[in-house]
Design a protein around this ligand. Sequence first.
Ligand code: DX5
Ligand code: ZN
Length: 221
Amino acid sequence: MTIQVNPSILSADFANLAAELERISTADAAHVDVMDGHFVPNLTLGLPVVEALRAVSPIPLDCHLMIEAPDRWAPAYAEAGAQGVTFHAEAATAPVRLARELRAAGARAGLALRPATPLEPFVDLLGEFDMLLVMTVEPGFGGQSFLDVTLPKIRRARAAIGASGLDVRLQVDGGVSSTTIERAAEAGADVFVAGSAVYGAEDAAGAVDQLRRLATAACAH
Ligand code: DX5
Ligand code: ZN
């Protein structure tokens, strides 16, 4: 299992996003948080910005849609060339149909769960997805503390993916740092989103490397 670290540009300088993407060119993908001010109490960026980022980014874009009505809006992000498009289970009307649309548009389909959303209703749908995102904070803002109460769900998700035999990535997002990443890795996560831990560091690439090393070591035992 290879570990991936995806820095979240939510913590980057929004006036200099092209340069901010260059700072993380050694990461596996850039995590792009799309918030609509309805699904979460924050408003960030949308399709035109994702299209512009896609044109200059040295690494793939992984879009995390924290929006209402993803059935309507998510496919355009796949068509814009995002490598991954993750929508929230709580917001989707027809998650299977939407996942199939995303895959048909050439993207990896991801399903995200807020901290209080149970995994179990979605276990039978795993085959429709390339990635499961277990939120480790309440979505909406960067810089929040990692919620340890989500660790049992990460463990159950890893067990469900293992039992299914499917190639589904298990991503965690929120409060991931050098002090919390090992706990998440031990619980079974293999893709780590980190915003403030990467962009808050002077050496962003060094922070990515350090996180990758810590997670890889924690996974090994
Ligand atoms: C939160 C976003 C996260 C956020 C993580 O709603 O989905 O991707 O950028 O930021 P940190 O790593 O600072 O918690
Ligand atoms: Zn996110």
